[in-house]
Design a protein around this ligand. Structure first.
Ligand SMILES: NC(=O)c1ccc[n+]([C@@H]2O[C@H](COP(=O)([O-])OP(=O)(O)OC[C@H]3O[C@@H](n4cnc5c(N)ncnc54)[C@H](O)[C@@H]3O)[C@@H](O)[C@H]2O)c1
Length: 453
């Protein structure tokens, strides 16, 4: 392909050099004449292992050149990658001035360009920036409609400095946000042979994935450091602890628990989190991440309450009360706290949980139940239909299989507060609110997955 790469920085240089090496014709563009001159002299403007040789080879083969002339680069290419910087402003917000400047310049060139052209943003931008700022600018300056008169996409880059060439050549995942099929196809074709699994989504979702990735990495580093500090203060080797933690690929380094939904609970996680925070305090190791974990868990219960209150209804049918399906353990179930708080606010409450028979509860589980919901027996009903008759707001609390295929059983007057998100058909209900997903109709944002061969 003929590709123009805007921004000869850490991302743009690697993208330009690696794509030229793959046989594409690349013109790189920057406002910095030093960077333009460096590329044209066959040299890398940044330090990155292996990059100098790639640039030298590509420039010699005339597959890579650089310019400061936007119009020339646009005329000489069919696809433009925007890789300019998006640094932080002092208040933490993104400084979009470079990205908006180049979007305006590209828009002006698109105005007179007759051939089909695709504009693809690779700079890291927050979800919504494309729709609220970049698209209006492109539209204004080109007089054309993105997605129709020219292609538009958001295709985040995941390379890491110092291993950038290896990361570029062997991505695990390619995230392709596109407004039109031709742009999606072009980006898919770039990933056809590199072993990546490609996910084609809308631009907002693509932007969110980029941020979720980076903050997840940051959280991993800080979690490991927090555990290391507690271990060190306790005379333990934190490296060994984290190494063995990572050896469990079923629960620890895996998709387990990594889905939005409701708060955690049960007889172990809250208790053990409390105990470790107390121990850390005793050994003078601050635990802001563990503290925040507790705070976020409380917040998740507050959010469920707010979602129920927002319906304006006063009767609630809770589907599930135990801390997870297929157990009768109520200890520290966040659904018990939710029920308790609903009763405290005067809601009429009906609960259906197939795993629960109050007469059979024993020991600490019974004590917990009686302490928090002394009239539990009066709240429980024996079947789903009775529960649905008893509440205008249906709270799906656990993913118990008894609650599968709920959609046809719901009436139009029901409001659904879904804390699980497993039953996609539920999202079609007109009064639907999900715990960690805004889109009521998943078919509006299909994900196409193209698995590596
Ligand atoms: N550095 C990384 O490892 C990395 C990885 C993934 C994504 N990103 C994201 O990619 C984007 C670029 O990051 P970077 O580290 O390469 O930035 P950088 O600051 O190294 O490079 C940006 C380049 O854009 C140029 N530029 C600014 N305005 C321009 C214009 N109007 N026309 C042409 N060029 C212009 C600058 O002169 C500079 O050379 C950022 O949004 C960043 O968050 C960075």
């Amino acid at each position: 392909m003929k590709v123009s790469v805007f921004g000869i920085g850490y991302v743009g240089t690697v993208v330009a050099a690696c794509m030229a090496d793959e046989g594409h014709d690349i013109v790189a563009v920057d406002i910095s004449t030093e960077k333009v001159d460096a590329i044209n002299a066959g040299q890398s403007p940044i330090v990155e292992p292996g990059l100098g040789e790639l640039i030298e080879r590509a420039v010699k083969a005339r597959r890579l050149s650089a310019t400061a002339d936007v119009a020339r680069a646009m005329a000489d290419s069919e696809l433009s990658f925007i890789c300019v910087g998006t640094p932080s402003l002092p208040n933490g917000s993104l400084d979009l001035k470079y990205v908006l400047q180049i979007a305006a310049d590209i828009g002006k060139s698109l105005k007179t360009k007759r051939d089909w052209h695709m504009v693809v943003v690779r700079s890291t931008i927050l979800p919504g920036v494309m729709e609220s700022q970049i698209i209006p600018l492109l539209r204004e300056h080109s007089g054309k409609e993105p997605g129709k008169d020219f292609g538009l996409g958001y295709y985040p880059e995941f390379l890491r400095e110092s291993s950038a060439i290896e990361d570029f050549r062997n991505p695990q995942v390619a995230v392709i946000g596109a407004m039109d099929a031709r742009t999606a196809d072009a980006l898919k074709s770039l990933n056809a042979d590199n072993g990546a699994t490609s996910f084609v989504v809308d631009c907002r979702t693509a932007a969110s994935i980029k941020y979720a990735n980076n903050v997840w990495h940051a959280l991993k580093v800080s979690f490991a450091n927090e555990m290391g500090a507690i271990c060190k203060a306790s005379g333990i080797d934190g490296n060994k602890v984290m190494e063995i933690l990572c050896a469990d690929k079923r629960l620890n380094i895996s998709p387990a628990y990594m889905k939005p939904g409701f708060a955690f609970g049960g007889s172990c996680l809250p208790k053990d989190l409390r105990a470790l925070r107390y121990h850390a305090k005793m050994v003078d190791a601050p635990t802001p991440i563990l503290d925040a974990t507790v705070a976020v868990n409380h917040l998740q219960i507050d959010r469920a309450l707010a979602a129920i209150a927002a319906t304006g209804k006063r009767s609630v049918a809770m589907l599930g009360l135990t801390f997870k399906p297929n157990t009768d353990d109520l200890r520290e179930s966040p659904l018990v706290e939710l029920a308790e708080r609903l009763l405290g606010k005067g809601y009429r409450l009906t609960i259906y949980d197939r795993d629960l028979q109050v007469a059979k509860l024993v020991g600490s589980n019974r004590r917990f139940a009686m302490q928090h919901l002394p009239h539990l027996n009066d709240l429980l009903v024996d079947d789903l239909a009775s529960a649905l008759r008893g509440g205008d707001v249906v709270v799906v609390g656990t993913g118990h299989k008894a609650f599968a295929d709920l959609r046809p059983k719901l009436a139009a007057h029901h409001h659904v507060v879904d804390l699980v998100g497993r039953d996609l058909a539920l999202r079609g209900h007109p009064n639907y609110d999900g715990a960690g997903w805004a889109d009521a109709a998943p078919q509006r944002t299909p994900i196409t997955v193209i698995r590596a061969a």
